[in-house]
Structures are given as structure tokens and as C-alpha cells.
Design a protein around this ligand. Structure first.
Ligand SMILES: [Zn+2]
Length: 379
């Protein structure tokens, strides 16, 4: 599971005297064979080596970067099993013994750079697409806390509070029994409060986006009443679950909620895009119109069908992207063909601080050309 602490370490990593090598590699099996992306990586790393030779670097910096290149090459050709990821993000600063690898579920434009700090922007934009969920399942005595991110689950701790076993209702309910009942209810309240406090602790450390509560129906409102406002604001679903559930079931239930919410959010976003574009307000749809809006710096949110790719052209002079094979409309230079102009557009949007929303299966967006943008301003 991609760990929040690991990510924060990466975001704030400053190696001082040595440099960091950052590599993004598109390993999407729909586009590349293993051999193809291995060759692509070799070319990228060769480019980095050539770039290092032209810079005035210390011996330590050179040694560290060369070691980075060797380790990255080894990881991709030997260690990476080629399964499950659409792209890899690798960060290395050998002189500081710093090494991190992320396997990502979305494709990204391949690139390699050696810079004073890690190149984290594409990674952070892609991870923004995914919400971190916390699922808390409580019973009268037990509780389980899970965190789910990018389809993986991690259980936080098995919390068990001693609660005296329930007094059965007998024929005669004496004073002592009523007192024991009250004592038990106090324990249940204390237990629920304890679990609510633990959840808040986890929230402060891990910054999850959404909370799912699972409990028996009669316990849900009781537990909710103990939750801090921060947590109540993030409440995404209430489910009828028992703490004896398996980790696998906890994952399945969480992913159901996540997929349902994501589908509804996508529908809402695509509908808004359709309305804005249809009324010629702050929206455009279709590849060429979107590329023009990107070029003009108008794009607030780029919206595209995941997996959408199309050939196009890139101007080597001004980086204009287009689907029209003609001299550049902005600077007049002849254009270069690129195998996937959509990938170039996403990369451009990432570096322009646009939001990027991948939509997984939406008929309306497919009809509108698989791509569009909500605009910051009209032209
Ligand atoms: Zn141009």
C-alpha cells in the first residue's frame, strides 16, 4: 500500500550535495510490450547520462547519479514483474541511500530527470485521483479499523476492550442487576469513545479522505455521536457490518462504496461538462478543442476516458499540440508526429497545475469524444 509517511518523505526530500534521479515509465500493457518499455527506459537513461556529462558536477554527484541509473535499470529489467501497474515512478539518490518505487494504476508520460529534488508532480496529480478510505467496524466489545487506498487494504489494529458480558433478562430484575446493566452500557460508551478517539488519531496521522462506518443498526447512531466533526464531515457510508468480518470482506465492502461514489461523481462531472460545453460557457469537448484550450491556459479540469489515446502532432518550436497535420498555427514551424497526443496533453496539463479527472466508463463522455475540459475562463 502506498504509505502516507513514505509519500511525505518523498515530497520533502532534499539530499543537499547530491542529486535525485526521477523516472516515470509508462508500462501500460495496452500500449507497450515489456521489450518496448525496456528500450524506452534505456533511451531515457542514455539521455540523462549525456545531460550529466555537460554539467559541472562534483565526483560525488556523478557517482551518485550513475549508481541511480544502474539501480533503476536493474529494477525494471530484473525486479519488476510486469504485473498490475500502468506506470512506474522511481526515485533514487544513491549518495543518500534514498530509493522509492511506486506502481501506479494510471498511465503517465515516460521521462527521466536528474535534479536537486524529486520530480513529484506527475505522481501527486495521479494520486489525487484516488481517495484514501478508512473503514471502522464496531461492535459492543470489538472494533476493527482498516485503511484502503488504490485497491489495497491495511488493517490498523485489532482493538479489544474488556466489556462485562451482557446480563440476561431474567424473571426478577433487582437493583443489583439494573446497576450491572448500567455499568455495561457505560463500558460500551467508553469503548465506542475509545474507538472514535483512535480513528481521529489515525486521521491526524494518515489524512484519509473518507470514512465508512460499519456496525449493527442500533449501534451506528451511538458510535456516530462520539465522532469528532472532522470525521463526521468525511462520512461516506453507513453499513451493517460485524467486527468478525474478514479483511477480504472489509476490502470488498469499501471498494463497493468507493466505486459507487466515483461513478456518481463522474456522472455529475460529465453532465456539468456537457452543460458548459453545450451552452458555450466554461467547457469544451473533443480532442482538438481541448488541445486549443490547454494551449491558451484556459483549462481548470481536464476530463478524459481512462485509456483514451490518439495520434497527433507536436510543434518542436513552441510545444503546441494538435491533431491537424499542417505547419504550426502559432509559430509556422513544421510539426512532428507523436504516437499519442493525449498522453502529451495530460503531461502538459500536469505541469500547468490543472486538475485531471480520469473517467472509467461513461457513455456520455465517449460520445463527446472521450476528452473535454472545464475552463477557468472563456476565450
Ligand atoms: Zn509552434
Amino acid at each position: 500500500m502506498i504509505d502516507q509517511a513514505q509519500l511525505e518523505l518523498l515530497m520533502h526530500f532534499q539530499p543537499g550535495d547530491v542529486l535525485v534521479t526521477s523516472v516515470y515509465l509508462n508500462v501500460d500493457g495496452r500500449r507497450f510490450t515489456r521489450k518496448e518499455y525496456e528500450i524506452l527506459l534505456k533511451d531515457l537513461l542514455r539521455g540523462v547520462t549525456a545531460q550529466l556529462d555537460t554539467q559541472p558536477l562534483t565526483n560525488e554527484q556523478k557517482r551518485s547519479a550513475q549508481e541511480d541509473i544502474r539501480k533503476i535499470q536493474d529494477y525494471v529489467s530484473v525486479e519488476y514483474d510486469g504485473k498490475g501497474a500502468k506506470s512506474l515512478a522511481l526515485f533514487s539518490s544513491s549518495g543518500r541511500k534514498f530509493w522509492q518505487v511506486y506502481r501506479l494504476p494510471l498511465p503517465v508520460k515516460s521521462r527521466a530527470v536528474v535534479e536537486p529534488v524529486p520530480s513529484v508532480r506527475p505522481l501527486s496529480v495521479l494520486l489525487d485521483e484516488y481517495k484514501r478510505y478508512c473503514t471502522v467496524v464496531v461492535g459492543r466489545e470489538k472494533a476493527r479499523i482498516f485503511e484502503v487506498f488504490l485497491g489495497e487494504i491495511q488493517e490498523h489494529s485489532d482493538i479489544f476492550n474488556e466489556v462485562p458480558s451482557r446480563v440476561r433478562e431474567g424473571g426478577f430484575r433487582g437493583y443489583a442487576e439494573r446497576r450491572i446493566e448500567r455499568h455495561i452500557e457505560d463500558h460500551v460508551h467508553q469503548h465506542l469513545k475509545h474507538v472514535a478517539d483512535l480513528t481521529l488519531d489515525i486521521f491526524k496521522r494518515r489524512h484519509f479522505d473518507r470514512l465508512i462506518l460499519g456496525a449493527r443498526p442500533e449501534l451506528l447512531p451511538l458510535f456516530e455521536s462520539h465522532l469528532h466533526t472532522y470525521l463526521r464531515e468525511r462520512l461516506a457510508a453507513r453499513l451493517h457490518l460485524d467486527p468478525s468480518l474478514s479483511v477480504h470482506e472489509a476490502l470488498r465492502k469499501t471498494l463497493e462504496v468507493e466505486q459507487d461514489l466515483k461513478r456518481r461523481e463522474e456522472q455529475h462531472l460529465v453532465r456539468r461538462l456537457g452543460e458548459e460545453a453545450g451552452a458555450h460557457r466554461n467547457g469544451v469537448t473533443g480532442l482538438e478543442a481541448t488541445l486549443v484550450a490547454l494551449r491558451r491556459g484556459q483549462v481548470h479540469t481536464l476530463i478524459l476516458t481512462e485509456g483514451f489515446a490518439a495520434p497527433g502532432f507536436l510543434c518542436p518550436g513552441c510545444h503546441n499540440l494538435t491533431t491537424c497535420d499542417a505547419p504550426c498555427a502559432y509559430c509556422g514551424k513544421p510539426l512532428q508526429g507523436v504516437p499519442d497526443v493525449v498522453e502529451e496533453a495530460v503531461d502538459f496539463a500536469i505541469h500547468q497545475n490543472c486538475h485531471i479527472e480520469y473517467v472509467f466508463n461513461n457513455h456520455e463522455l465517449q460520445e463527446a469524444g472521450n476528452i473535454g475540459a472545464i475552463l477557468r475562463f472563456r476565450s
